[in-house]
Design a protein around this ligand. Structure first.
Ligand SMILES: Cc1cc2nc3c(=O)[nH]c(=O)nc-3n(C[C@H](O)[C@H](O)[C@H](O)COP(=O)(O)O)c2cc1C
Length: 220
């Protein structure tokens, strides 16, 4: 049985996490804390366990300045956050892709075959249940999973007393074009899903403004 203290600690973490607008650029995340946040991202759940993500740390000042003009939602983070992470989503996760074949054989250690029950279940799931009938739908499905990893990383950061900000305020077409032109990503297979920054705030945490539970939760 969990204690009231544990429950309160979880809620306190949820209040502590907020979308940081002003970071203190002089404060840095320790290597151990950063590795912990990344590890939580790595351990995140994904559909069928196919991990359709890549975590790209934007460390280069040049890159940060280059993307600023089309990344309005990231300007505060670029100006002060210690870490700016771009999460890329895989574009072509399907039962017969080389990507899934590699994941199944190299990561999961199973024998891969397009005709295996797992592969065929996955095909049916994607095509019939989710109706992923376009490259865009497939990308969006992969990107949803990137958001799960991002959320887990932000919660872990809050637990560690580290602030964060989720960022989708940028021009996706220009970002992908930038990554392609500068050979920073294989944009045929990987495209920008979302960004997230981490660091230490230079502002008070704003109290949460949310709908009451009664407006968003019901039982059927
Ligand atoms: C998917 C997503 C994208 C967001 N994009 C941005 C962004 O580009 N820039 C920004 O400053 N905040 C961004 N936010 C932060 C939200 O505005 C913020 O989470 C929301 O207003 C609730 O406030 P809180 O996170 O401080 O509780 C984003 C949040 C989410 C979940």
């Amino acid at each position: 049985m969990n204690t009231e203290k544990q429950r309160q600690a979880i809620i306190a973490t949820a209040h502590r996490r907020y979308a940081t607008k002003k970071y203190d650029p002089t404060k840095h995340i320790s290597t151990a804390d950063w590795q912990t946040i990344l590890e939580v991202g790595r351990l995140s759940p994904s559909s069928f366990g196919y991990e359709p993500w890549q975590f790209v740390l934007i460390d280069s000042d040049q890159v940060k300045q280059d993307i600023k003009p089309f990344s309005w939602g990231a300007v505060n983070s670029i100006n002060g956050a210690d870490k700016l992470l771009l999460i890329l989503a895989r574009t072509d996760v399907s039962y017969d892709s080389a990507y899934v074949a590699r994941l199944v054989s190299d990561v999961k250690g199973h024998i891969y075959s397009k005709s295996s029950p797992v592969s065929q279940n996955f095909k049916h799931f994607q095509e019939n249940d989710l109706q992923l009938d376009s490259p865009r739908a497939r990308f969006d499905w992969a990107a949803k999973q990137c958001y799960i990893a991002m959320a887990n990383m932000m919660t872990a950061a809050a637990e560690l007393g580290i602030d964060s900000c989720p960022i989708e305020g940028f021009n996706y077409r220009q970002m992908n074009q930038y990554l392609k032109v500068h050979h920073l990503a294989d944009t045929k297979h990987w495209r920008a899903a979302v960004m997230v920054s981490f660091g230490y705030r230079d502002q008070p945490i704003k109290p949460k403004v949310r709908q009451p539970l009664s407006a968003i939760y019901r039982t059927i």
